[in-house]
Design a protein around this ligand. Sequence first.
Ligand code: C5P
Length: 219
Amino acid sequence: MTKLITVDGPSGAGKGTMCQLMANELGWELLDSGAIYRVLGHAAYTRGIDKTDVDALVDVALKLDVRFINGQVILDGEDVTAEIRTEEGGKRASDVAPIPEVRAALLQRQRNFATDAGLVADGRDMGTVVFPDAPLKIYLTASAEARAERRYKQLTEAGVEADLTDILEKVNARDEQDMNRATAPLKPAYDAVTIDSSNMTIDQVMSEMMNLAKQRDLI
Ligand code: C5P
C-alpha cells in the first residue's frame, strides 16, 4: 500500500495545521502544494510578469528553485516565508493557479514528493488530479464564518490589526476563485472522506484522520 494521504479543502479549514501534525506523528514527508503556488505568484510579481503572459509563467514554474527547509520556504536561496504567507500572497497564488499550462508545469514537481518514506499532501487538487490513486483522500472543510474567525484570531493574536467582515469577504472571494475555475477546481474527489472542522478541536480532527489512516491499513 502506497503510504500517501491527500488532504484538500478551502483556505482556512485547518489543512496546514493538520497536515503538519499528521506528517510529524507518522514520520512522513509533507507536501505543502499551496506554498508552491504562492512562491510562483510571488516570483511572477517580483519579476513583473503579468498573469496573462502564460509562456513566461510556465518558464518560471519549470525553473522555480524552491526548497522547503524546517518550515521555511526558500526561493533562489532567499527566505520568502513571511512574504508568501500574507493575504496578498494567497491572492497572487490564486491569480496564477487557474492557468492550465502553469498547473501542468508544476505537476511532476509535486508528484516527486511521493516516496516510500510516506507523504501527506496538502492542497486543492491533491486527491483529484495530482495523486488520483491515493489510498486515503480527505476533504477538510469548515464554514466560511468559522474559517474567517480563525484567521481573525490568528492575526489579532499576532498583534496585527484585522477586520472580521473584510476577512470574511476575502475568504469568500478566494473560495469563489478556487471552486469555479475550469482547471482543477476545488472539489472533493469522488472517493474522498469529508471532515467538517467548523465545530471540532484540533485533537478531534487529528483523531478522526488517524482513525481513517488505520482503517485503510496505512499505519
Ligand atoms: O493552501 P494555500 O492557501 O497556501 O494556497 C494558496 C492558493 O494556491 C489557493 O488559494 C489556490 O488558488 C492555489 N492552490 C491551488 N492548488 C493547490 C494548492 C493551492 O490552486 N494544490
